[in-house]
Design a protein around this ligand. Structure first.
Ligand SMILES: Cc1ncc(C[n+]2csc(CCOP(=O)(O)OP(=O)(O)O)c2C)c(N)n1
Length: 188
């Protein structure tokens, strides 16, 4: 089982000019704690929509490499996005899903992945060309390294162990929007 905080530090250390779209769950705090990366669009409360925002961004801006930082509970709300992503086949999209088998932020209620649901199998069935399931930090590093250079769309299903996260440290939603748009040269 992967320590998401450790994996997030590795990912942030590898970023150069990629952009990151997070979901609303605890993954966004681990990413923020790993270091300030202004080319990050952190979602506040918009559950399930990170994959769709990432797809839109990847299609509108093929010059950018887009990393979606998702949670199992969030993705389960928007499984249809997997089929749409596979259909549009954005080569510049890396979809990382942190599967802690729970809705950690709201108290750890189990999600469907705690029972029978396999998100990597769903992504494969949806038609993602590159699907990996990773369970150790070494596998995460290897797969992230490949995804940063090989065309996607990638789906990286990360099996993780939930640990307490250091919350806070995020700008307001408006500030996030403005600084992200500035960072990618979009007009307000
Ligand atoms: C539409 C909607 N339903 C419910 C919530 C409440 N909510 C906020 S975070 C969260 C859990 C998110 O789960 P996951 O994406 O797996 O991330 P984790 O909390 O496990 O890191 C829930 C249910 C919400 N914000 N929006």
């Amino acid at each position: 089982m992967i320590d998401r905080a450790e994996a997030s530090k590795y990912l942030v250390s590898k970023l150069t000019d990629e952009v990151v779209v997070t979901s609303l769950g605890n993954e966004k705090y681990d990413l923020r704690a790993a270091g300030e990366y202004v080319r990050t669009f952190y979602n506040w409360n918009s559950m399930g929509i990170a994959s769709s925002i990432g797809l839109g961004l990847a299609m509108a801006r093929p010059d950018l490499k887009v990393i979606v930082y998702d949670g199992d509970g969030s993705l389960l709300m928007n499984l249809g996005s997997l089929a749409t992503i596979a259909l549009r086949e954005p080569k510049n999209l890396i979809h990382i899903v942190w599967d802690n088998r729970s809705y950690a932020m709201t108290g750890g209620q189990p999600t469907a992945t705690a029972y029978h649901t396999d998100l990597a199998a769903i992504a494969k069935g949806a038609g993602y060309p590159k699907v990996e399931r990773v369970e150790t930090i070494a596998e995460f590093r290897n797969t992230a390294d490949r995804a940063l250079v090989e065309p996607g769309p990638w789906f990286i299903h990360c099996l993780m162990e939930e640990k307490p996260v250091a919350g806070g440290g995020l700008p307001s939603p408006t500030a996030i929007k403005h600084r992200f748009m500035d960072a990618i040269g979009a007009h307000h």
